[in-house]
Design a protein around this ligand. Sequence first.
Ligand code: MN
Length: 425
Amino acid sequence: MIKEVEYRARRERVSCALKKNSLAIIFSARIQIRSNDTEFPYRQDSNFYYLTGFKEDNAVLILRRGRKTTESYLFVQKKVKELELWTGKRLGTKAAKKSFNHDDIFISDIFEEKFLSFVKEHQNIYYDFSFEDKRVDFIREKTKHFRVHFNIATLIGRERLIKSPAEIKLITKALSITKEAHHYAIDHAFELSNERELQAGIEYIFKTHGAYSDAYTSIVACANSANTLHYINNDKKLVDGELILIDAGCEYEYYASDITRTIPVNGKFTQAQKELYSMVLDVEKKIISMVRPDILRSSLQEKSEELLCKGLVGLGILQGDVKKLLKMKKHKKYYPHGIGHWMGIDVHDTCPYKDEKGKEIPLMPGMVMTIEPGIYIDKDDKSVARKYRGIGIRIEDDILVTYEGYENLSKNITKEISEIEGRDS
Ligand SMILES: [Mn+2]
């Protein structure tokens, strides 16, 4: 659990990053309609949650920075008995004041009025430019002629780069649940008939182990489906003798996990599958071992491309000189994506990869990044030996950068061939 003092400290850091004489407005997420009058399950906006820990909709946070002081105001929904009967209890201002430490807490109904009185005293306005909302239109409209506008998402993204011990604990907890789900898949895939059934099994474990939901739509891709990178249909048969690429991770208390494993449906790899899998696994481990403070993500990317290209030549999938092949980007056909991304409250955490000057941000202790090399060979790719066609493999772990180097937070999730094949099921 993250304590209110930590949320308070985050607000303080973001406030201090504002220019002097500024007002920042951060909105809660809106309810999203699924169809007609049914809604998607509500999830708080990640930036709003990062600064408040407040999970209800129709809320606003205002941060003020004057010349010397900073202030923080939270707006929450009014308690209305008749509405609470339908959509659940609301905290209300009175109870919110007990759990949340702001300079004041008001009902959302008076947000516009308060905003207009605050705004008179401030020259600069910060809000999330990507938000499309009536409330944002209101702010734009009321300030367009006489205020300088900045994107608050940029500042919060910078703060979110470095994870606190409490955040790392939640990610670790998410991963402990995700581990159970992937081990379930290894143990039970052989007795299930289609991808969706396996997806349901994985997500059943997420929920029965205390996770609110998945952190992103699970990819459960058997055989050639794995060669569609964002395959989420998950509606094909599980075929004996084929592999299943499973990219699935739960979200626990707003923190993501992001794990990919590629496993045989029947528990045993074929020789060709083994060759490709070992090659990818080898590269994954080598790249993980390079993680340390000050290294650049682009260096990890470059090295992963070089190693995978070498591996492809070793297996005869590419022919020729590795350096030349790399230069001609021949490997991109089989490894078209990035080596990894920031992870935190969002699975693809909305933190910057470059600083204000456009320079790449090196890894620093407290950052969490995925490492996920993969090789994808389409079933119709006649340039490749038949035995490798229709195989897609990705192996992904979640890595914490430490002062000494790194900690693989998902090291307990099985990925060695002998361990996958040796599990008792
Ligand atoms: Mn990922």
